[in-house]
Design a protein around this ligand. Structure first.
Ligand SMILES: [Zn+2]
Length: 453
């Protein structure tokens, strides 16, 4: 298949009149600028940019949108939100998860995310028992990825304890729990089932330092000698204080001292770091998985972006709790949080004369691709044909060129400027609508009706 675009941002260069050839596996075969339209099977007039890997999602939480914004009698914070989340899980069936994840992944595509790392810790039935099929819940995530067409890096999560020092889990955590043996069985079953799919990848995740023992970190890494490893870390001040009380070290400090953190790792949030942690983390080449809308929604705090960039730290973005599902909102809030805090502008830019939007977009593409361990994030031969089209005729983007289009899209517009989305060469969103939107939404509505009544 040959597609023609009047303008392409490859991830490093701006190209005009581009002919993109996509092979039968959905990979880019060639990308040639200054080409003729007549050679193409299909012609697009908008600006083509790489689709964004979403490096952190808990799909089922999308169904909680709008249900956790009520003030309580005392202080409402992350920990009170977590209680609502646990209650929500008391009804959720595997079929419900598939319906919610399908709706979410479709929305991600419409919001500019063309692949997702699903940090999957919902393993057990509503009573906390293992399903007969160890991959019962994971299967729903793969099915949803397949229905929506999004690229998937599936990260089954090891979750064993209720807090630091291996304390007993509370009742609300019973659907998450695995022994290391059960986790091994889950991983092996997954790898046998889903081995040969060029849109999917399997990694591992550790829920947090609160939920696993130090030995389990070593054991889980040994079970997955290759592929991504993700962990939630230093999201909340209370977590930092508890880690200090347990080990005498801060969470990121402890992890860097006790695990072989390298380019396979993504440290999700890493919000609360001192300068030494920020520097040492950046040197590892691991990814900081930033989830600005969720971190704002939960009142987590602000990541030390400028210090991390100064040390050449690598970032990616994720929609995490999926309170909002729009790539531009993540990038915009990432920058605005820093501006509000430091009372300066363009903190995410790469020096004088550079575009903030382009730099944040570009860094998140590269970091996201590394975090998902997929050949995406750049439009070049050998990479998967994951890209989105921005509507040049949209009033907010109109008459803008190159990085001004990215800045207008990210800061002033958002997802309604996305007209078309391709993943692995499949044309999934056409003129703003997903090709299976009607059936996915219908099923989602009936699921929500059941869950909320
Ligand atoms: Zn998370």
């Amino acid at each position: 298949m040959k597609l023609f675009f009047s303008s392409v941002f490859s991830g490093s260069d701006w190209l005009d009149n581009v002919l993109m050839e996509i092979d039968e596996n959905g990979m880019i075969k060639s990308l040639i600028s200054n080409s003729e339209k007549s050679e193409a099977d299909k012609i697009f007039s908008g600006t083509c940019v790489p689709g964004m890997p979403n490096l952190h999602s808990h799909a089922f939480q999308r169904a909680m949108a709008g249900l956790t914004e009520i003030a309580g009698s005392g202080q409402t914070n992350f920990w009170t939100w977590q209680k609502v989340m646990y209650q929500f899980l008391s009804k959720l069936s595997p079929e419900d998860v598939e319906a919610i994840a399908s709706q979410l992944y479709m929305e991600m595509l419409r919001g500019g995310f063309t692949s997702v790392a699903e940090f999957h810790y919902l393993h057990n039935d509503i009573n906390g028992n293992y399903f007969k099929n160890p991959t019962e819940m994971s299967d729903q995530i793969f099915a949803a990825a397949n229905i929506s067409g999004i690229g998937l890096t599936h990260l089954p999560v090891l979750y064993a304890y209720g807090g630091f020092d291996c304390i007993k889990p509370e009742d609300g955590q019973k659907r998450f729990l695995n022994t290391i043996d059960q986790f091994q069985l889950l991983l092996e079953t997954l790898k046998n089932k889903y081995r040969n799919n060029n849109l999917t990848k399997i990694g591992v995740a550790l829920h947090s330092l609160r939920a696993v023992s130090p030995e389990m970190i070593t054991d889980a890494a040994a079970l997955a000698p290759e592929g991504p490893i993700h962990i939630h870390i230093a999201e909340q001040i209370k977590e930092v204080e508890q880690c200090m009380a347990w080990s005498g070290q801060r969470p990121v400090e402890w992890l860097l001292n006790n695990a072989d953190v390298n380019e396979r790792w993504s440290l999700i949030h890493a919000t609360h770091m001192n300068e030494a942690e920020t520097r040492t983390f950046a040197y590892t080449g691991a990814i900081a998985g930033l989830c600005p809308t969720t971190e704002a929604n939960l009142g987590d705090g602000l990541f030390p972006l400028e210090g991390f960039f100064n040390q050449k730290g690598r970032i990616g973005v994720g929609s995490d709790s999926n309170t909002s599902v729009d790539l531009t909102e993540e990038l915009r809030l990432l920058e605005y949080g820093q501006r509000l805090n430091q009372q300066r502008r363009n903190i995410g830019a790469n020096g004088e004369g550079t575009s903030t939007g382009e730099n944040l977009f570009n860094k998140s593409l590269l970091g996201g691709a590394q975090a998902l361990s997929q050949l995406v994030g750049i439009l070049e031969p050998g990479y998967r044909a994951d890209f989105i089209l921005l509507d040049d005729n949209h009033p907010t983007l109109f008459s803008r060129k190159e990085n001004f289009i990215l800045d207008a899209w990210i800061f002033s517009c958002g997802r309604d400027a996305i007209s078309d989305v391709f993943v692995g060469g499949n044309h999934l969103v056409k003129n703003g609508r997903h090709i299976r939107q009607e059936s996915i939404e219908k099923r989602y509505r009936s699921t929500i009706k059941f869950l909320l009544n």
